[in-house]
Design a protein around this ligand. Sequence first.
Ligand SMILES: Cc1cc2nc3c(=O)[nH]c(=O)nc-3n(C[C@H](O)[C@H](O)[C@H](O)COP(=O)(O)OP(=O)(O)OC[C@H]3O[C@@H](n4cnc5c(N)ncnc54)[C@H](O)[C@@H]3O)c2cc1C
Length: 457
Amino acid sequence: MKTIAEPAREIPVIRDVDVCVLGGGPSGIIAALQAAAHGAKTLLVERYGFLGGMATAGMVGPILGLREVGSENATAGAMTEQFCRRMADIGGATQWEESVKAGRVAFDVEAYKVTADRMCTEFGVDLLLHCVAVDSVVEAGVLRAVVVESKSGRQAIAAKCFIDATGDADVAFRAGAECTKGRPADGLMMAMGSMFRVGGMQPLSEDQAKAAREIITRARDEGLFTTYHSGLGGQGSVLQPGDASCNITRFAGDATDVEDLTRGEVFIREQVWRIVEFWRNNIPGLENVHLIANPPNIGIRETRQLVGLDRVTGEDVIAGRKRDDAIARCSYWIDIHCPRGFGDGGVHLCYKQCPNTSCYMLTDYADQLPDELHPPDYFDIPYGSLVPVEIDGLLVGGRCISADYQAMSAARVMAPCMAIGDACGVAAAMAADANVTPRKLDVATLRSRLREAGAVC
Ligand SMILES: Cc1cc2nc3c(=O)[nH]c(=O)nc-3n(C[C@H](O)[C@H](O)[C@H](O)COP(=O)(O)OP(=O)(O)OC[C@H]3O[C@@H](n4cnc5c(N)ncnc54)[C@H](O)[C@@H]3O)c2cc1C
Protein backbone atom coordinates (compact mmCIF):
# COMPACT_ATOMS: atom_id res chain seq x y z
CA MET A 1 0.00 0.00 0.00
CA LYS A 2 1.26 3.51 -0.82
CA THR A 3 1.95 5.50 2.39
CA ILE A 4 2.61 9.13 3.31
CA ALA A 5 4.13 10.61 6.51
CA GLU A 6 1.84 12.78 8.66
CA PRO A 7 3.51 16.08 9.69
CA ALA A 8 4.32 16.19 13.41
CA ARG A 9 2.71 19.21 15.10
CA GLU A 10 1.81 20.69 18.48
CA ILE A 11 -1.91 20.76 19.22
CA PRO A 12 -3.83 22.78 21.82
CA VAL A 13 -5.19 21.11 24.97
CA ILE A 14 -8.74 22.50 25.03
CA ARG A 15 -9.95 20.85 28.26
CA ASP A 16 -8.26 19.50 31.40
CA VAL A 17 -10.88 17.67 33.46
CA ASP A 18 -11.26 14.99 36.12
CA VAL A 19 -13.22 12.57 33.94
CA CYS A 20 -13.55 12.54 30.16
CA VAL A 21 -16.12 10.20 28.59
CA LEU A 22 -15.67 9.45 24.90
CA GLY A 23 -18.91 8.38 23.22
CA GLY A 24 -22.39 9.59 24.19
CA GLY A 25 -24.40 6.39 23.73
CA PRO A 26 -26.53 4.69 26.43
CA SER A 27 -23.43 3.71 28.40
CA GLY A 28 -21.51 6.99 27.98
CA ILE A 29 -24.47 9.18 28.97
CA ILE A 30 -25.02 7.31 32.24
CA ALA A 31 -21.26 7.23 32.91
CA ALA A 32 -20.98 11.01 32.47
CA LEU A 33 -24.05 11.70 34.65
CA GLN A 34 -22.70 9.45 37.42
CA ALA A 35 -19.20 10.95 37.28
CA ALA A 36 -20.65 14.46 37.55
CA ALA A 37 -23.07 13.38 40.30
CA HIS A 38 -20.03 12.09 42.22
CA GLY A 39 -18.30 15.45 42.13
CA ALA A 40 -16.02 15.03 39.11
CA LYS A 41 -15.48 17.81 36.60
CA THR A 42 -16.79 15.82 33.63
CA LEU A 43 -16.61 16.20 29.86
CA LEU A 44 -18.66 14.09 27.43
CA VAL A 45 -17.39 13.94 23.83
CA GLU A 46 -19.63 12.69 21.01
CA ARG A 47 -18.98 12.45 17.28
CA TYR A 48 -22.57 13.25 16.24
CA GLY A 49 -24.59 16.41 16.91
CA PHE A 50 -26.80 14.56 19.41
CA LEU A 51 -26.46 11.98 22.18
CA GLY A 52 -27.90 8.46 22.34
CA GLY A 53 -25.63 6.24 20.24
CA MET A 54 -27.48 3.32 18.73
CA ALA A 55 -30.67 4.40 20.59
CA THR A 56 -30.88 7.53 18.42
CA ALA A 57 -28.29 7.29 15.61
CA GLY A 58 -29.36 3.67 15.03
CA MET A 59 -33.03 4.24 15.97
CA VAL A 60 -32.95 0.90 17.82
CA GLY A 61 -35.19 0.00 20.70
CA PRO A 62 -36.89 -0.72 23.03
CA ILE A 63 -34.43 -0.68 25.95
CA LEU A 64 -34.07 -4.37 26.78
CA GLY A 65 -32.56 -6.32 29.68
CA LEU A 66 -34.26 -4.28 32.43
CA ARG A 67 -35.15 -7.03 34.87
CA GLU A 68 -34.14 -10.49 36.05
CA VAL A 69 -35.41 -13.45 34.06
CA GLY A 70 -38.65 -14.72 35.59
CA SER A 71 -39.03 -11.92 38.16
CA GLU A 72 -39.77 -8.22 38.34
CA ASN A 73 -36.49 -7.37 40.11
CA ALA A 74 -34.94 -4.55 38.11
CA THR A 75 -31.33 -5.00 36.99
CA ALA A 76 -31.24 -1.36 35.86
CA GLY A 77 -30.12 1.22 38.42
CA ALA A 78 -31.58 4.50 39.71
CA MET A 79 -29.90 6.71 37.06
CA THR A 80 -31.36 4.61 34.24
CA GLU A 81 -34.73 4.72 36.00
CA GLN A 82 -34.51 8.51 36.28
CA PHE A 83 -33.58 8.81 32.61
CA CYS A 84 -36.53 6.63 31.55
CA ARG A 85 -38.98 8.36 33.90
CA ARG A 86 -37.93 11.73 32.48
CA MET A 87 -38.62 10.50 28.94
CA ALA A 88 -42.02 9.17 30.09
CA ASP A 89 -42.83 12.52 31.80
CA ILE A 90 -42.57 14.33 28.46
CA GLY A 91 -44.69 11.70 26.70
CA GLY A 92 -41.64 10.10 25.09
CA ALA A 93 -41.56 6.64 26.69
CA THR A 94 -43.66 3.95 28.31
CA GLN A 95 -44.19 4.35 32.07
CA TRP A 96 -41.38 2.94 34.23
CA GLU A 97 -43.44 0.51 36.35
CA GLU A 98 -45.14 -1.11 33.37
CA SER A 99 -41.83 -1.14 31.48
CA VAL A 100 -40.04 -3.09 34.22
CA LYS A 101 -42.92 -5.59 34.28
CA ALA A 102 -42.71 -5.95 30.50
CA GLY A 103 -38.87 -5.94 30.58
CA ARG A 104 -38.65 -3.15 27.96
CA VAL A 105 -38.88 0.64 27.68
CA ALA A 106 -40.30 1.80 24.36
CA PHE A 107 -39.20 5.37 23.67
CA ASP A 108 -39.25 8.13 21.09
CA VAL A 109 -35.86 8.93 19.54
CA GLU A 110 -36.28 12.72 19.88
CA ALA A 111 -37.39 12.36 23.53
CA TYR A 112 -34.22 10.34 24.16
CA LYS A 113 -32.04 13.07 22.65
CA VAL A 114 -33.63 15.98 24.52
CA THR A 115 -33.70 14.08 27.83
CA ALA A 116 -29.97 13.34 27.48
CA ASP A 117 -29.28 17.04 26.74
CA ARG A 118 -31.38 18.22 29.68
CA MET A 119 -29.88 15.81 32.20
CA CYS A 120 -26.31 16.56 31.11
CA THR A 121 -26.99 20.29 31.52
CA GLU A 122 -28.59 19.82 34.94
CA PHE A 123 -25.84 17.53 36.24
CA GLY A 124 -23.13 19.92 35.03
CA VAL A 125 -21.69 17.63 32.36
CA ASP A 126 -19.67 19.67 29.85
CA LEU A 127 -20.54 18.56 26.31
CA LEU A 128 -18.56 18.55 23.08
CA LEU A 129 -20.63 17.42 20.11
CA HIS A 130 -19.43 16.92 16.51
CA CYS A 131 -16.11 15.86 17.96
CA VAL A 132 -14.39 12.54 17.14
CA ALA A 133 -11.72 10.83 19.26
CA VAL A 134 -8.96 9.92 16.82
CA ASP A 135 -5.86 9.19 18.89
CA SER A 136 -4.62 8.50 22.39
CA VAL A 137 -1.51 9.89 24.09
CA VAL A 138 0.03 7.35 26.48
CA GLU A 139 2.94 8.07 28.81
CA ALA A 140 4.54 5.28 30.84
CA GLY A 141 1.51 3.05 30.30
CA VAL A 142 -1.00 5.70 31.45
CA LEU A 143 -3.47 7.41 29.10
CA ARG A 144 -2.78 11.14 29.53
CA ALA A 145 -4.73 12.74 26.68
CA VAL A 146 -7.14 11.94 23.86
CA VAL A 147 -6.74 13.65 20.50
CA VAL A 148 -9.99 14.78 18.89
CA GLU A 149 -10.90 16.10 15.43
CA SER A 150 -13.71 18.51 14.73
CA LYS A 151 -14.48 21.55 12.61
CA SER A 152 -12.12 23.37 15.02
CA GLY A 153 -9.27 21.17 13.86
CA ARG A 154 -7.09 18.73 15.79
CA GLN A 155 -7.14 19.31 19.54
CA ALA A 156 -6.38 17.40 22.74
CA ILE A 157 -8.24 16.72 25.97
CA ALA A 158 -6.44 15.91 29.21
CA ALA A 159 -8.14 14.10 32.09
CA LYS A 160 -7.30 12.26 35.27
CA CYS A 161 -9.42 9.35 34.08
CA PHE A 162 -10.91 8.49 30.69
CA ILE A 163 -13.92 6.31 29.88
CA ASP A 164 -14.07 4.73 26.44
CA ALA A 165 -17.79 4.40 25.66
CA THR A 166 -17.39 4.52 21.87
CA GLY A 167 -18.91 1.05 21.44
CA ASP A 168 -15.89 0.20 19.26
CA ALA A 169 -13.17 0.60 21.93
CA ASP A 170 -11.66 3.28 19.66
CA VAL A 171 -9.77 5.00 22.49
CA ALA A 172 -8.46 1.80 24.08
CA PHE A 173 -7.42 0.40 20.70
CA ARG A 174 -5.57 3.56 19.70
CA ALA A 175 -3.89 3.65 23.11
CA GLY A 176 -2.45 0.22 22.34
CA ALA A 177 -4.75 -1.86 24.57
CA GLU A 178 -5.24 -5.38 23.27
CA CYS A 179 -8.67 -5.96 21.71
CA THR A 180 -10.28 -8.97 20.04
CA LYS A 181 -12.79 -9.13 17.22
CA GLY A 182 -15.47 -11.72 16.52
CA ARG A 183 -15.75 -15.40 17.19
CA PRO A 184 -12.69 -17.67 17.42
CA ALA A 185 -13.64 -19.84 14.40
CA ASP A 186 -13.41 -17.15 11.72
CA GLY A 187 -13.15 -13.75 13.44
CA LEU A 188 -16.53 -12.72 12.04
CA MET A 189 -18.71 -10.34 14.04
CA MET A 190 -22.50 -10.15 14.16
CA ALA A 191 -24.07 -8.74 11.01
CA MET A 192 -24.88 -5.04 10.86
CA GLY A 193 -28.53 -4.16 10.32
CA SER A 194 -30.93 -1.29 10.44
CA MET A 195 -34.13 -0.47 12.27
CA PHE A 196 -36.00 1.60 9.74
CA ARG A 197 -39.21 3.42 10.59
CA VAL A 198 -42.40 3.16 8.54
CA GLY A 199 -45.83 4.77 8.84
CA GLY A 200 -49.24 3.77 7.55
CA MET A 201 -49.07 0.23 8.95
CA GLN A 202 -52.46 -1.40 9.45
CA PRO A 203 -52.81 -4.23 11.95
CA LEU A 204 -53.09 -7.41 9.83
CA SER A 205 -55.40 -10.29 10.72
CA GLU A 206 -53.76 -13.70 11.32
CA ASP A 207 -54.75 -14.83 7.82
CA GLN A 208 -53.46 -11.61 6.23
CA ALA A 209 -50.15 -11.95 8.12
CA LYS A 210 -49.77 -15.58 7.00
CA ALA A 211 -50.48 -14.60 3.38
CA ALA A 212 -48.01 -11.69 3.69
CA ARG A 213 -45.24 -14.04 4.87
CA GLU A 214 -45.85 -16.32 1.88
CA ILE A 215 -45.73 -13.40 -0.57
CA ILE A 216 -42.55 -12.05 1.05
CA THR A 217 -40.85 -15.47 1.03
CA ARG A 218 -41.58 -15.85 -2.70
CA ALA A 219 -40.24 -12.36 -3.45
CA ARG A 220 -37.07 -13.05 -1.43
CA ASP A 221 -36.57 -16.34 -3.29
CA GLU A 222 -36.89 -14.44 -6.58
CA GLY A 223 -34.14 -12.07 -5.34
CA LEU A 224 -36.27 -8.90 -5.24
CA PHE A 225 -34.73 -7.94 -1.85
CA THR A 226 -33.06 -9.58 1.13
CA THR A 227 -34.44 -9.83 4.66
CA TYR A 228 -33.40 -12.18 7.44
CA HIS A 229 -36.94 -13.36 8.06
CA SER A 230 -40.26 -13.16 6.27
CA GLY A 231 -42.12 -11.08 8.88
CA LEU A 232 -42.75 -7.34 8.85
CA GLY A 233 -40.31 -6.61 11.63
CA GLY A 234 -42.45 -5.99 14.72
CA GLN A 235 -43.25 -2.87 16.62
CA GLY A 236 -39.79 -2.23 18.11
CA SER A 237 -39.77 1.04 20.00
CA VAL A 238 -42.75 2.92 18.63
CA LEU A 239 -45.29 5.02 20.48
CA GLN A 240 -47.37 6.26 17.52
CA PRO A 241 -50.24 4.10 16.20
CA GLY A 242 -49.63 3.11 12.58
CA ASP A 243 -45.84 3.41 12.91
CA ALA A 244 -43.53 0.42 12.98
CA SER A 245 -39.83 0.03 13.58
CA CYS A 246 -38.58 -2.82 11.44
CA ASN A 247 -35.56 -4.97 12.24
CA ILE A 248 -35.27 -7.27 9.23
CA THR A 249 -32.19 -6.22 7.24
CA ARG A 250 -28.62 -7.52 7.49
CA PHE A 251 -25.17 -6.79 6.11
CA ALA A 252 -22.21 -9.00 6.94
CA GLY A 253 -19.01 -7.02 7.46
CA ASP A 254 -16.56 -5.36 9.82
CA ALA A 255 -17.95 -2.09 11.19
CA THR A 256 -14.44 -0.84 12.02
CA ASP A 257 -13.60 -0.96 8.30
CA VAL A 258 -14.70 2.19 6.44
CA GLU A 259 -15.09 0.27 3.16
CA ASP A 260 -17.50 -2.22 4.77
CA LEU A 261 -19.38 0.58 6.52
CA THR A 262 -19.84 2.38 3.21
CA ARG A 263 -20.99 -0.77 1.40
CA GLY A 264 -23.31 -1.61 4.31
CA GLU A 265 -25.04 1.79 4.36
CA VAL A 266 -25.65 1.77 0.60
CA PHE A 267 -26.75 -1.88 0.51
CA ILE A 268 -29.20 -1.58 3.38
CA ARG A 269 -30.74 1.70 2.17
CA GLU A 270 -31.38 0.02 -1.18
CA GLN A 271 -32.94 -3.03 0.49
CA VAL A 272 -35.16 -0.89 2.73
CA TRP A 273 -36.47 1.09 -0.22
CA ARG A 274 -37.25 -2.10 -2.17
CA ILE A 275 -38.88 -3.78 0.86
CA VAL A 276 -41.22 -0.89 1.69
CA GLU A 277 -42.13 -0.37 -1.98
CA PHE A 278 -42.85 -4.10 -2.30
CA TRP A 279 -45.03 -4.16 0.82
CA ARG A 280 -47.06 -1.17 -0.42
CA ASN A 281 -47.65 -2.65 -3.86
CA ASN A 282 -48.09 -6.32 -3.01
CA ILE A 283 -49.34 -6.92 0.54
CA PRO A 284 -53.12 -6.56 1.04
CA GLY A 285 -53.66 -4.22 4.00
CA LEU A 286 -50.36 -2.34 3.55
CA GLU A 287 -51.40 -0.05 0.67
CA ASN A 288 -50.60 3.07 2.76
CA VAL A 289 -47.26 2.02 4.15
CA HIS A 290 -44.42 4.50 3.60
CA LEU A 291 -40.83 4.92 4.71
CA ILE A 292 -40.45 7.60 7.42
CA ALA A 293 -36.71 7.28 7.97
CA ASN A 294 -33.62 5.17 7.81
CA PRO A 295 -31.34 5.60 10.83
CA PRO A 296 -28.53 8.18 10.41
CA ASN A 297 -26.05 5.35 11.09
CA ILE A 298 -26.30 1.70 10.08
CA GLY A 299 -27.01 -0.49 13.13
CA ILE A 300 -23.78 -1.90 14.57
CA ARG A 301 -23.98 -4.88 16.86
CA GLU A 302 -20.40 -5.95 17.46
CA THR A 303 -16.88 -4.73 16.76
CA ARG A 304 -13.88 -4.75 19.15
CA GLN A 305 -13.85 -6.21 22.63
CA LEU A 306 -11.29 -5.06 25.15
CA VAL A 307 -8.95 -7.65 26.64
CA GLY A 308 -9.41 -6.73 30.28
CA LEU A 309 -8.16 -7.96 33.63
CA ASP A 310 -11.20 -10.25 33.62
CA ARG A 311 -13.44 -11.58 30.82
CA VAL A 312 -17.12 -12.51 30.82
CA THR A 313 -17.91 -15.71 28.92
CA GLY A 314 -20.87 -17.55 27.43
CA GLU A 315 -20.53 -20.14 30.22
CA ASP A 316 -20.99 -17.32 32.75
CA VAL A 317 -24.24 -16.35 31.02
CA ILE A 318 -25.69 -19.86 31.08
CA ALA A 319 -24.53 -20.58 34.63
CA GLY A 320 -25.86 -17.21 35.82
CA ARG A 321 -22.44 -16.69 37.44
CA LYS A 322 -22.36 -14.39 40.46
CA ARG A 323 -19.13 -12.68 41.52
CA ASP A 324 -17.70 -10.89 44.55
CA ASP A 325 -16.42 -8.07 42.33
CA ALA A 326 -19.71 -7.54 40.43
CA ILE A 327 -20.39 -3.97 39.33
CA ALA A 328 -23.51 -4.64 37.21
CA ARG A 329 -26.04 -7.35 36.41
CA CYS A 330 -27.10 -8.58 32.98
CA SER A 331 -30.27 -10.61 32.49
CA TYR A 332 -30.28 -10.70 28.70
CA TRP A 333 -29.59 -13.84 26.67
CA ILE A 334 -27.05 -15.02 24.10
CA ASP A 335 -28.49 -13.34 21.00
CA ILE A 336 -25.98 -13.82 18.17
CA HIS A 337 -27.22 -12.46 14.84
CA CYS A 338 -25.68 -14.58 12.07
CA PRO A 339 -22.26 -13.03 11.26
CA ARG A 340 -22.57 -14.28 7.68
CA GLY A 341 -25.77 -12.30 7.26
CA PHE A 342 -28.02 -15.33 6.73
CA GLY A 343 -31.27 -16.17 8.43
CA ASP A 344 -34.37 -18.04 7.52
CA GLY A 345 -37.67 -19.36 8.74
CA GLY A 346 -37.84 -16.92 11.65
CA VAL A 347 -34.54 -18.21 13.09
CA HIS A 348 -31.99 -15.46 13.22
CA LEU A 349 -29.44 -16.89 15.61
CA CYS A 350 -26.05 -18.49 15.23
CA TYR A 351 -26.38 -21.44 17.62
CA LYS A 352 -26.53 -25.24 17.57
CA GLN A 353 -30.19 -25.29 16.50
CA CYS A 354 -29.66 -23.14 13.39
CA PRO A 355 -31.59 -24.73 10.47
CA ASN A 356 -28.73 -23.95 8.02
CA THR A 357 -27.05 -27.31 8.73
CA SER A 358 -24.54 -27.03 5.86
CA CYS A 359 -22.92 -23.93 7.45
CA TYR A 360 -19.28 -24.58 8.40
CA MET A 361 -20.02 -23.36 11.91
CA LEU A 362 -22.24 -26.42 12.40
CA THR A 363 -20.17 -28.93 10.45
CA ASP A 364 -16.71 -27.89 11.74
CA TYR A 365 -17.08 -25.68 14.82
CA ALA A 366 -20.22 -26.86 16.58
CA ASP A 367 -18.24 -27.05 19.83
CA GLN A 368 -17.89 -23.23 19.66
CA LEU A 369 -21.63 -22.64 19.33
CA PRO A 370 -23.99 -22.06 22.22
CA ASP A 371 -26.67 -24.62 22.94
CA GLU A 372 -28.42 -22.98 25.85
CA LEU A 373 -29.07 -19.25 25.48
CA HIS A 374 -30.73 -17.88 28.63
CA PRO A 375 -29.30 -17.13 32.07
CA PRO A 376 -31.38 -18.60 34.95
CA ASP A 377 -31.93 -15.10 36.44
CA TYR A 378 -28.91 -12.90 35.58
CA PHE A 379 -25.12 -13.00 35.43
CA ASP A 380 -22.68 -10.54 36.95
CA ILE A 381 -20.33 -8.17 35.14
CA PRO A 382 -17.03 -8.00 37.08
CA TYR A 383 -15.05 -4.77 37.53
CA GLY A 384 -12.02 -6.36 35.83
CA SER A 385 -13.90 -6.55 32.52
CA LEU A 386 -13.81 -2.72 32.31
CA VAL A 387 -10.07 -2.40 33.06
CA PRO A 388 -7.51 -2.82 30.25
CA VAL A 389 -4.58 -5.14 30.96
CA GLU A 390 -1.88 -2.81 29.63
CA ILE A 391 -3.16 0.78 29.71
CA ASP A 392 -4.00 2.63 32.91
CA GLY A 393 -6.05 5.80 33.43
CA LEU A 394 -8.79 4.26 31.29
CA LEU A 395 -12.05 2.35 31.81
CA VAL A 396 -14.02 0.78 28.97
CA GLY A 397 -17.82 0.77 29.11
CA GLY A 398 -20.82 -0.42 27.10
CA ARG A 399 -20.82 -3.12 24.49
CA CYS A 400 -17.00 -3.22 24.04
CA ILE A 401 -16.13 -4.47 27.54
CA SER A 402 -13.95 -7.54 27.95
CA ALA A 403 -16.32 -10.38 27.01
CA ASP A 404 -16.22 -13.31 24.61
CA TYR A 405 -18.46 -13.21 21.55
CA GLN A 406 -21.25 -15.11 23.31
CA ALA A 407 -21.33 -13.02 26.48
CA MET A 408 -21.09 -9.75 24.52
CA SER A 409 -24.17 -10.74 22.52
CA ALA A 410 -26.08 -10.62 25.83
CA ALA A 411 -24.36 -7.65 27.52
CA ARG A 412 -24.67 -5.45 24.39
CA VAL A 413 -28.34 -4.53 24.92
CA MET A 414 -29.04 -1.13 26.41
CA ALA A 415 -30.00 -1.78 30.05
CA PRO A 416 -26.76 -3.65 30.86
CA CYS A 417 -24.75 -1.07 28.89
CA MET A 418 -26.36 1.66 31.04
CA ALA A 419 -25.63 -0.33 34.22
CA ILE A 420 -21.99 -0.65 33.13
CA GLY A 421 -22.08 3.13 32.59
CA ASP A 422 -23.05 3.57 36.25
CA ALA A 423 -19.95 1.64 37.29
CA CYS A 424 -17.61 3.46 34.90
CA GLY A 425 -18.83 6.89 36.04
CA VAL A 426 -18.63 6.21 39.77
CA ALA A 427 -15.27 4.42 39.48
CA ALA A 428 -13.73 7.19 37.36
CA ALA A 429 -14.92 9.89 39.78
CA MET A 430 -13.51 7.93 42.74
CA ALA A 431 -10.18 7.40 40.96
CA ALA A 432 -9.91 11.08 40.00
CA ASP A 433 -10.79 12.19 43.53
CA ALA A 434 -8.23 9.88 45.14
CA ASN A 435 -5.67 10.67 42.44
CA VAL A 436 -5.16 6.99 41.68
CA THR A 437 -5.56 5.06 38.47
CA PRO A 438 -8.78 3.00 38.17
CA ARG A 439 -7.03 -0.35 38.58
CA LYS A 440 -5.92 0.71 42.08
CA LEU A 441 -9.52 1.20 43.29
CA ASP A 442 -10.83 -0.96 46.08
CA VAL A 443 -13.69 -2.84 44.40
CA ALA A 444 -15.60 -3.44 47.67
CA THR A 445 -15.69 0.34 48.27
CA LEU A 446 -16.74 0.93 44.65
CA ARG A 447 -19.58 -1.57 45.06
CA SER A 448 -20.88 0.13 48.18
CA ARG A 449 -20.68 3.57 46.48
CA LEU A 450 -22.59 2.11 43.55
CA ARG A 451 -25.30 0.71 45.80
CA GLU A 452 -25.57 4.07 47.58
CA ALA A 453 -26.11 5.60 44.12
CA GLY A 454 -28.98 3.17 43.49
CA ALA A 455 -27.09 0.86 41.14
CA VAL A 456 -27.91 -2.85 41.26
CA CYS A 457 -24.84 -5.00 41.93
C1 LIG B 1 -30.08 -3.39 14.56
C2 LIG B 1 -29.90 -3.35 16.06
C3 LIG B 1 -30.98 -3.60 16.87
C4 LIG B 1 -30.84 -3.54 18.26
N1 LIG B 1 -31.94 -3.71 19.04
C5 LIG B 1 -31.86 -3.47 20.37
C6 LIG B 1 -33.04 -3.44 21.16
O1 LIG B 1 -34.15 -3.64 20.67
N2 LIG B 1 -32.90 -3.18 22.49
C7 LIG B 1 -31.68 -2.97 23.09
O2 LIG B 1 -31.64 -2.74 24.30
N3 LIG B 1 -30.55 -3.00 22.35
C8 LIG B 1 -30.61 -3.22 21.01
N4 LIG B 1 -29.47 -3.19 20.25
C9 LIG B 1 -28.14 -3.05 20.92
C10 LIG B 1 -27.85 -1.68 21.49
O3 LIG B 1 -28.53 -0.67 20.82
C11 LIG B 1 -26.35 -1.32 21.50
O4 LIG B 1 -25.54 -2.44 21.69
C12 LIG B 1 -26.11 -0.29 22.59
O5 LIG B 1 -26.66 0.95 22.18
C13 LIG B 1 -24.65 -0.13 22.93
O6 LIG B 1 -24.47 0.99 23.76
P1 LIG B 1 -23.06 1.71 23.89
O7 LIG B 1 -23.28 2.94 24.68
O8 LIG B 1 -22.06 0.71 24.35
O9 LIG B 1 -22.63 2.04 22.38
P2 LIG B 1 -23.34 2.87 21.23
O10 LIG B 1 -24.81 2.87 21.38
O11 LIG B 1 -22.76 2.33 19.96
O12 LIG B 1 -22.81 4.35 21.48
C14 LIG B 1 -21.48 4.71 21.21
C15 LIG B 1 -21.42 6.22 21.05
O13 LIG B 1 -20.07 6.63 20.84
C16 LIG B 1 -20.00 7.51 19.73
N5 LIG B 1 -18.66 7.33 19.14
C17 LIG B 1 -18.19 6.24 18.51
N6 LIG B 1 -16.91 6.41 18.16
C18 LIG B 1 -16.57 7.63 18.58
C19 LIG B 1 -15.36 8.39 18.52
N7 LIG B 1 -14.25 7.88 17.98
N8 LIG B 1 -15.36 9.64 19.04
C20 LIG B 1 -16.48 10.18 19.60
N9 LIG B 1 -17.65 9.50 19.69
C21 LIG B 1 -17.69 8.24 19.20
C22 LIG B 1 -21.12 7.07 18.83
O14 LIG B 1 -21.51 8.09 17.93
C23 LIG B 1 -22.20 6.72 19.85
O15 LIG B 1 -22.95 7.86 20.22
C24 LIG B 1 -29.56 -3.27 18.85
C25 LIG B 1 -28.47 -3.03 18.02
C26 LIG B 1 -28.63 -3.06 16.65
C27 LIG B 1 -27.45 -2.77 15.79
